[in-house]
Design a protein around this ligand. Structure first.
Ligand code: ZN
Length: 136
């Protein structure tokens, strides 16, 4: 697998509106996109720092994995996303190496990415996302 950089860090928050000000006013970053991903029952807000993004994740339903995460562990880092060339191939490779997958095939994530998650049980407790920019 060829991972090129950390594409983004996902942070679970109770409220984007409340949490945003820390990134904007304290860290001096600019939110360039707020997007809802109905599939995952989340609202996301993106900030860019170099080639890496910070993705704030707010649950839009109690069924959302973000709502469950916050209930269990509180707000905080939810996942790390690595940029790769081809998510589908990386999934096959990870599975062949015995890594438990959450997504067997890539799906559409926020910010035009094709994404898939590896199971935190197989990655030392860190929910890992692989992502690939959409074809232009
Ligand atoms: Zn993500």
């Amino acid at each position: 697998m060829k991972t090129t950089h950390i594409e983004h860090i996902g942070i679970a928050v109770k409220s984007i509106d409340t949490s945003k000000s820390y990134y904007e006013e304290v860290l001096g970053m600019e939110c360039y996109a707020v997007e809802e991903v109905p599939d995952q029952k989340v609202k996301t807000a993106f900030f860019k720092i170099g080639q890496t993004k910070i993705e704030l994740l707010e649950a839009t339903s109690e069924e959302s994995t973000i709502a469950k995460f916050i209930e269990k562990r509180g707000e905080g880092i939810h996942h790390i996303a690595y940029a790769v060339d081809n998510v589908a191939e990386c999934l096959k490779e990870a599975e062949a190496k015995g890594i438990q997958l959450i997504d067997k095939t890539p799906r559409k994530g926020a910010d035009g990415l094709s994404i898939a998650f590896l199971h935190p049980k197989a990655t030392g407790g860190v929910l890992t996302e692989l992502c690939q920019p959409a074809e232009k």
